[in-house]
Structures are given as C-alpha cells and as structure tokens.
Design a protein around this ligand. Structure first.
Ligand SMILES: CC(C)(COP(=O)(O)OP(=O)(O)OC[C@H]1O[C@@H](n2cnc3c(N)ncnc32)[C@H](O)[C@@H]1OP(=O)(O)O)[C@@H](O)C(=O)NCCC(=O)NCCS
Length: 177
C-alpha cells in the first residue's frame, strides 16, 4: 500500500462518501438497525441502537487514524435538492487484506447507489495500492452479487466470496470506459 493519505471525501454522480461523525448517529442508526439490512451483514449486531452507532463512529475514526480501514458514510450530494446530505448507507474496506463491505438503508435500495459507491471505493482502494479486494456474500444475496459483478468482481470457487484484483480492475475499466 502507498503512504498516500486516506481521502476525506469521494464524490460520485449522486453521493458524497465521507467519514462518519457523531452527529450522523441518529440518522444512520435507523437505516442499519433495520433487520432487512442487517441480516445480510456478518459484522453488524442486531438490534442496533444509538450506543452501537456511537461506538462505530469512534471505532471508524480510530481505524482511519491507524490506517486499518477506510469506512465512509454515503450521503446524498449537496446539489440544492431536498434531502441533501441525507445518509443513505455505508461502505468500508479493511486495508490489511482488502475485505470490502457495504449497505444501503431500505428506502435507498434499488436505484443503483450500491454500484455507484462500490465503484468509487474500489477505485480509491486500488489507487492506495491494494493488490486485491474481496467480499463475503450470503448465497441468496442476488442483488449484492449483481453489484459485485457489475463492478468487475469474480466469484471464487466456493461462491461465497468474490474478488477483484488490481490487474483485472485496470483491464475492466479500460474495457468498460
Ligand atoms: C446489496 C445492495 C448494496 C445493492 O445495492 P442497490 O443499489 O440496492 O442495488 P440495486 O437494487 O440497484 O440492484 C443491483 C442489481 O441487482 C439486480 N437485482 C435486484 N434485485 C435482484 C434479485 N432479487 N435477483 C437478482 N438481481 C437483482 C438489479 O436489477 C441490479 O442489476 P442491474 O445493475 O444489472 O440493473 C443493497 O441492496 C443493500 O444494502 N442490501 C442490504 C445489505 C447488503 O446486502 N449488503 C451487502 C453484503 S455482501
């Protein structure tokens, strides 16, 4: 990995990805506290309350300072529309081994935000010098599978894991550009 600083924000067409803040807790906890979201996420406790949210914000800040992981909250971009700045989901990558995880609140699913935020974080992770990214996925998580495949990930033999190497990403982005 390069020593380049971790980004403070990433902008996509419709979203800004930026670090979690304590002031965000009351707005992201109800989204990730929804069982229909949490049931797909191996590392997220359920039920999930404000105390869990505050602990997560503190942990994400520490992991960022130690360059252990890059964890970002996805909010609607500030472009003068109603609901600007509203949290919609989160995405993170563990920098030691390239594991990537992501989620969207239920009201924000089904409109392509998943692909949008994954693509932005994948590009950043490879720019930081990670050689390989991977994700663990439940067998029946068809939407997440589709998002991973759209961005260029390939299933490994056990089909519960997907991976994307930096070489394939460079090839894939050249092909789809
Ligand atoms: C997984 C998740 C991030 C996907 O993001 P999203 O923006 O909601 O994704 P979309 O609804 O736009 O769907 C992505 C793709 O899956 C397809 N899809 C949707 N429902 C599907 C289903 N039941 N079966 C197969 N494909 C499906 C869509 O058509 C779309 O494909 P396309 O890009 O070719 O049109 C989001 O649904 C989520 O947060 N789920 C709960 C948490 C989770 O599963 N996290 C990932 C853990 S590995």
């Amino acid at each position: 990995m390069t020593g380049a600083p971790l980004p403070d924000r990433l902008d996509t067409a419709r979203l800004t990805l930026r670090p979690f803040h304590m002031e965000d807790v009351e707005r992201f906890v109800p989204l990730i506290g929804d069982w229909e979201v949490a049931r797909w996420l191996a590392r997220v406790p359920h039920p999930y309350g404000p105390e869990d949210g505050r602990a997560w914000v503190a942990l994400a800040a520490r992991n960022r300072a130690e360059r252990a992981s890059l964890d970002l909250l996805a909010v609607r971009r500030n472009d003068g529309q109603p609901n600007d700045g509203q949290p919609v989901g989160g995405i993170g990558v563990i920098l030691a081994d390239g594991e990537i995880g992501y989620w969207l609140g239920r009201p924000h699913q089904g409109i392509g935000y998943g692909t949008e935020m994954l693509r932005a974080v994948v590009a950043t992770a490879f720019a930081l010098g990670l050689p390989r990214l991977w994700a663990r996925i439940a067998p029946d998580n068809h939407r997440s599978r589709r998002v991973l495949e759209t961005v260029g990930f390939l299933p490994l033999n056990d089909a519960d894991h997907y991976e994307l190497t930096a070489g394939r990403w460079r090839f894939f982005t050249r092909e789809t550009a």
